[in-house]
Write a protein that binds this ligand. Structure first.
Ligand code: BES
Ligand code: MN
Ligand code: MN
Length: 466
């Protein structure tokens, strides 16, 4: 057994305990009630970076939650890897659907994780995956030595749009200068067939408010004679897709990148079972845009979804009422070349224009970001591919993912560097859902694979720049 694997075996128990300590702090960035906990998590990450041997570790204050930064520069002639991750997590609710306390991690086995999985909010997204990098750094320091310079930038607002990170990145270009950005905040196909995420979708997140009469009305006295904002809102939302499930917003598809037949055929080679997909979700059929496969619908095609809708009487029993207002939160996943600001504008214009007389519509923009694609012919992809191949003993497949990490496109724009997405989660890990978990195998395999990336990348970088 090589020295890296030996080190992991010897220290895995402690690695897990340290991760559990992080998972116990409820760093929910969306809910102000957790503000102290979020800040406490930043402190804990800082202490970890110091402990494993980063030279300068700081808590960088922002207008929101702090960014934890640490680095170890060993030689200016060597390449620099910037590791990005996030220490904030999604809200844990609905709490009653969890089998354990989301902030009291436990290990349980599942069909997919026979070695056990860590059940806790943030175990996979992203504390567990971010922590692998800190432990991979520790491993290198304690065994074969760091082959290159490393910078860590761990933020606390990813789940709420990374707005302050954007400001930080633009202000600190020198400090953050790097040759590649490395992120583990995505997934892979399975534990026996690793994959590298080569694409992320962009995002535009909107909120709409439809107002009818100036007050709530008796639905008997007024029903049928005035526009009911909830009826109208649901009609407006329904009209955003046509019978082929195309999005009807004028101009929405104008810039969408159309992939060649060859590219689509290449994509279709990735292993995928529609039966297993439906079974895992307990659905009879899939649903989506005509002319595209399930895999394409959730990666290379844009989508529009209502994330929440509310208004009127939602309490016990019944109340006969026409509410004055109705609301919805709507997100659009975007693909390369769609500009999120432009899409937000097209949405707002269209949504306002389809409102019938008798209601007024207010549209507000929450946050968003552009899609991202990592080339597969660069040294960062080669280095990652070889790292997975050595660790998993099988070549990884490039896969475009449907989720978003909006800051990635901005990294390229501001810092001029490519991002390589080495995610170790599985789609079935239930991120953002009750009972989120992360395989112990995945956690340890990540700690084994990341150092190989450092080594491969350094070698390829030096060869290329000789
Ligand atoms: N880690 C996820 C993104 C992700 C997960 C990408 C799995 C690909 C595969 C990230 O934390 C996330 O949840 N992003 C949000 C966007 C953000 C602006 C709230 C998302 O995709 O909804
Ligand atoms: Mn994440
Ligand atoms: Mn997330």
């Amino acid at each position: 057994m090589n020295i890296h694997k030996k080190y992991i075996e010897k220290h895995q128990k402690r690695f897990l305990e340290e991760l559990f300590d992080l998972l116990r702090i409820p760093s929910v960035s969306a809910d102000p009630a957790y503000a102290n906990e979020v800040i406490r998590t930043a402190q804990a990450v800082k202490e970890q970076l110091e402990k494993v041997g980063c030279d300068s570790v700081e808590i960088c204050e922002t207008d929101g939650y702090p960014i934890v930064y640490g680095e170890k520069i060993i030689d200016s002639k060597l390449p620099t890897i910037l590791v990005y991750g996030h220490y904030d997590v999604q809200p844990a609710d609905p709490l009653e659907l969890w089998d354990n306390d989301p902030f009291e991690p436990i290990i349980k086995t599942t069909d997919i994780h026979p070695e056990g999985a860590i059940f806790a909010r943030g175990s996979c997204d992203d504390k567990g995956q971010m922590f692998m990098h800190i432990k991979a750094f520790e491993l290198l320091q304690q065994t074969s030595g760091l082959p290159c310079n490393v910078k860590f930038m761990i933020e606390g607002e990813e789940e709420v749009g990374s707005e302050n990170l954007e400001v930080f990145v633009k202000k600190n270009k020198e400090k953050l200068a790097n040759d590649v950005i490395l992120i583990s905040d995505t997934g892979m196909l399975s534990n026996t067939q690793p994959s590298i995420t080569t694409g992320l979708r962009g995002l535009s997140y909107m909120e709409v408010e439809v107002t009818g009469p100036n007050r709530d009305l008796h639905s008997g006295l007024y029903g049928g004679a005035v526009a009911n904002p909830i009826n109208i809102l649901t009609q407006m939302i329904a009209s955003l897709h046509d019978q082929h499930n195309h999005i009807t917003i004028p101009g929405f598809y104008d810039k969408v990148e159309e992939l060649s037949k060859a590219k689509r055929e290449e994509m279709a080679k990735a292993p995928f079972s529609l039966e297993a997909y439906k079974n895992a979700l307990n659905i009879e059929a899939v649903y989506g845009e005509k002319g595209y496969s399930t895999n394409e619908r959730k990666s290379i095609r844009p989508s529009l979804d209502v994330n929440g809708i509310w208004g009127g009487y939602m309490g016990e029993g019944s109340k006969t009422v026409i509410a004055s207002k109705a609301y919805a939160k709507i997100s659009m996943r975007l693909v390369p070349n769609q500009n999120w600001k432009e899409i937000s504008r097209l949405f707002a214009e269209h949504f306002t224009s389809i409102a019938p007389a008798g209601v007024t519509v207010k549209v507000t923009e929450h946050h968003g970001g552009e899609a991202y694609v990592t080339p597969t012919d660069g040294i960062e992809y080669q280095a990652a591919s070889k790292a997975y191949e050595d660790a998993f003993e099988i070549k990884p497949i490039p896969v475009r993912d449907g989720g978003s990490i909006p800051i990635v496109a901005l990294f390229e724009e501001s810092l001029g560097s490519k991002t390589i997405l080495m995610g170790f989660g599985l789609d079935s890990d239930a991120i953002h859902s009750p009972n989120e978990h992360y395989g112990v195998f995945n956690f340890l395999k990540g700690i084994e694979t990341i150092p190989l990336f450092y080594q491969n990348f350094t070698q390829l970088f030096l060869e290329k720049n000789r």
